[in-house]
Design a protein around this ligand. Structure first.
Ligand code: FAD
Length: 636
């Protein structure tokens, strides 16, 4: 084993991946410096207690750290993430719970009660994310009323060979992303061996050429010896970790230093996000049952809307829409957004607050605006006595599925530098897997670093883990996106009308650039969803079911639901569930029975636009010049 004591590690980026890696590496004896471009990334070493009335957790800076634009959007942290914390750093899980993170026991909420208690119940699958249900037939009402006859029973024999696991593991963390990061930051600041240097952008790398015969068969590629900061200074390191997220410059800096290009997989997600956070005035209860595992909502007509219960009394609502749907950009406006939420029966109750709890609860004091700590603007919902908005609507697009290999044909493209988190692998955030992948990649990095001193060998080990355990999630994400887009775009008009509103165009709503150099999708013979039966040379048709098919069947069959919920929580790989013969047989049996979930009810996309637009017109007043161009649209 290598001598660990003096190895100096510089981590670019103090997001989830960077902070988690820093803490684990320091505990493995490394001396770690985390550099982040964002002045807020060092924090004050205190996470606050996260309650609605806690000024530190709710202060605007905590919710809008400039380097973390995604923190303004809904996040859920899957059971795999929670288990990873529990096994690798249980004190971090304790710290999150101490600041008010909510444990959502998905098994109880979805009727998954374990092998011996599976008889009969219909229920709701643990799909969770913003993407919708994966097949678009309008399921998602989650009331389990598809037939309610309880006729499909299960026994221990039924689940033999299925990756059903222990339902007790199915616990999702509900927490605002900003509070999660603040909590990790506080832990990193307190960790001996970790230093955070905030407000310093990494703009260059210190490299020396690798030599033939360098470790790991890696001659002639750049060997990274440190980073350069914006002010021109250099920081030397034995290992540089790229945790700079989806916009990290490190890969381009490596290319400039002579690292070979590798083919990438880079596919637009085809979704734009509109999100808003609220507090429920001290009420921690769930306003409605969670019909999708850890969220409430559904995929509707060319849009999805989901509520994410978060820490303490907070929650967020996110609309997912087609990026090219310019009329939906009306959701960028606070009043339009709130009106759209209220128009959807399934989620509307979240904006109301129980009459008995209509004032600040035991955890919060309200400031002069009616908002916690007085810093958040009280919008229309706040004025109406409902949930209090914690800030304006945030919009985000340009989202991509991406894998950029750092090893090509068994050869690292550089030495002394390793990627984790979004810098290594990005999946559609709608599937709520990014933070779990960020933490997992950090753990894989630490495993590689502690296993060997050889920089080439470290790169190969991390790459192997990324391909074996990370890449399947990217393929699953791309397949789900393709199914949703086929559905949403099949009902969209050929050329969307020009935008009628918004006076302000969010900078983050850029057009999606064309797909870049593609890493070929795996050939059929190596794909997990095409098994060739023994004695045959060709696949006997697609043996695996799709994620969307599994989602539907999970609404009917509790065994399918239990295994599918594990998949959705990343406790089993897609292939382990979707290509499992026993699982496939159960899904096909549900299909053959003719059972269909009750259709979801909600406004059509046109009705939603009309409702949102009417609310905006009402808020702006009819004198507003921009309103002259607003088409009336259908009556909601
Ligand atoms: C809209 C949206 C919703 C999402 N929802 C979910 C969800 O529900 N569940 C989930 O698990 N995941 C979700 N994700 C994904 C998740 O946010 C990311 O996967 C995760 O943040 C990746 O963590 P990271 O540490 O790799 O990168 P980041 O968290 O992006 O951190 C990167 C850090 O690097 C710093 N940095 C960048 N460049 C430099 C530089 N040159 N010098 C110094 N510092 C630099 C940045 O300031 C930042 O602090 C969502 C993502 C988006 C966009």
């Amino acid at each position: 084993m290598p001598q660990a004591a003096t190895e100096r590690v510089v981590i670019v980026g103090a997001g989830v991946a960077g902070l988690f890696a820093a803490i684990l590496l320091a505990r493995a004896g490394r001396e770690v410096l985390v550099v982040d471009r964002d002045p807020d990334a060092a924090g004050d070493g205190r996470a606050g207690d996260g309650r609605a009335g806690d000024g530190r957790a709710n202060r605007p800076a905590a919710l809008t750290r400039s380097g973390l634009t995604q923190a303004r959007h809904s996040h859920a942290f899957l059971a795999r993430f929670r288990l990873l914390l529990a096994t690798r750093a249980p004190d971090l899980l304790d710290a999150l719970l101490a600041v008010g993170a909510r444990e959502i026991r998905v098994a109880e909420l979805t009727g998954v009660t374990g092998v011996t208690g599976l008889a009969g119940a219909t229920g709701t699958p643990g799909a969770g994310g913003v993407d919708g249900d994966g097949d678009g037939d309008g399921d998602g009402d989650g009331d389990g009323d598809g037939d309610g006859d309880g006729s499909m029973t299960s026994t221990a024999d039924d689940v033999a060979g299925l990756p059903c696991g222990d339902p007790a593991d199915l616990v999702v963390l509900g927490c605002r992303r900003a509070l999660l990061d603040a909590t990790l930051r506080a832990a990193a600041v307190a960790e001996p061996g970790v230093t955070i240097r905030a407000g310093h952008r990494v703009t260059g790398l210190v490299t020396s050429p690798g030599r033939p015969g360098a470790p790991g068969r890696s001659g002639d590629v750049p060997w990274v010896r440190g980073v350069r900061l914006e002010d021109g200074s250099a920081v030397e390191a034995d290992l540089v970790v790229d945790a700079g997220g989806r916009l990290s410059p490190v890969r381009e800096l490596l290319a400039a230093a002579g690292a070979p290009a590798t083919p990438e997989l880079d596919v637009p997600c085809g979704i734009a996000y509109y999100s808003r956070f609220y507090a429920r005035r001290g009420d921690r209860s769930l306003a409605t049952a969670l019909n999708r595992g850890h969220t409430v909502g559904a995929s509707f007509d060319r849009y999805s809307c989901l509520v994410f219960p978060a820490d303490n009394d907070t929650f967020s609502v996110t609309f997912g829409v087609l990026p090219e749907d310019t009329e939906m950009r009306v959701l960028r406006h606070d009043d339009a957004f709130d009106a759209a939420v209220r128009a959807i029966r399934m989620v509307a109750p979240w904006l109301e607050v129980a009459a008995a709890i209509g004032t600040a609860g035991p955890t919060g004091s309200t400031g002069p605006t009616g908002a916690p700590d007085g810093s958040a603007r009280a919008g229309s919902a706040g004025r109406a006595g409902g949930a209090v908005p914690l800030g304006p609507v945030a919009a985000m697009s340009g989202l991509r599925n991406r894998f950029r290999p750092w090893v090509d044909d068994g050869r690292p493209i550089a030495l002394g530098v390793l990627p984790i988190g979004d810098a290594a692998l990005i999946t559609n955030p709608a599937h709520t897997r990014g933070t779990t992948l960020a933490a997992l990649t950090a753990a894989w990095l630490v495993d590689a670093v502690t296993a060997t001193n050889d920089p080439g060998e470290r790169a190969l080990r991390l790459d192997a883990a990324l391909r074996a355990e990370g890449l399947p999630w990217l393929h699953d994400s791309c397949e789900q996106d393709a199914a949703r887009l086929a559905r949403w775009r099949s009902t969209a008009p050929a050329s969307p009308p020009a935008p009628a509103i918004p006076p302000t165009e969010p900078a983050t709503l850029a057009a999606e650039p064309a797909t870049r150099t593609m890493l070929p999708t795996p050939p059929p013979e190596s794909r997990w969803d095409r098994r060739i039966p023994a004695g045959r040379s060709e696949p006997d048709g697609p043996v695996a079911v799709t994620n969307g098919e599994a989602f539907l069947a999970a609404g009917r069959d509790p065994v399918v639901r239990q295994a599918f919920t594990r998949l959705q929580n990343m406790l089993a790989l897609p292939a382990e569930v979707l290509a499992n013969p026993a699982f496939v047989a159960r899904v096909r049996a549900v299909q053959a029975s003719g059972w269909r979930p009750a259709p979801v009810t909600g406004p059509s996309r046109d009705e939603l636009v009309a409702t949102a637009r009417a609310a905006l017109i009402g808020a702006l007043g009819s004198d507003d010049p921009g309103l002259a161009s607003v088409p009336a649209g259908p009556t909601p």
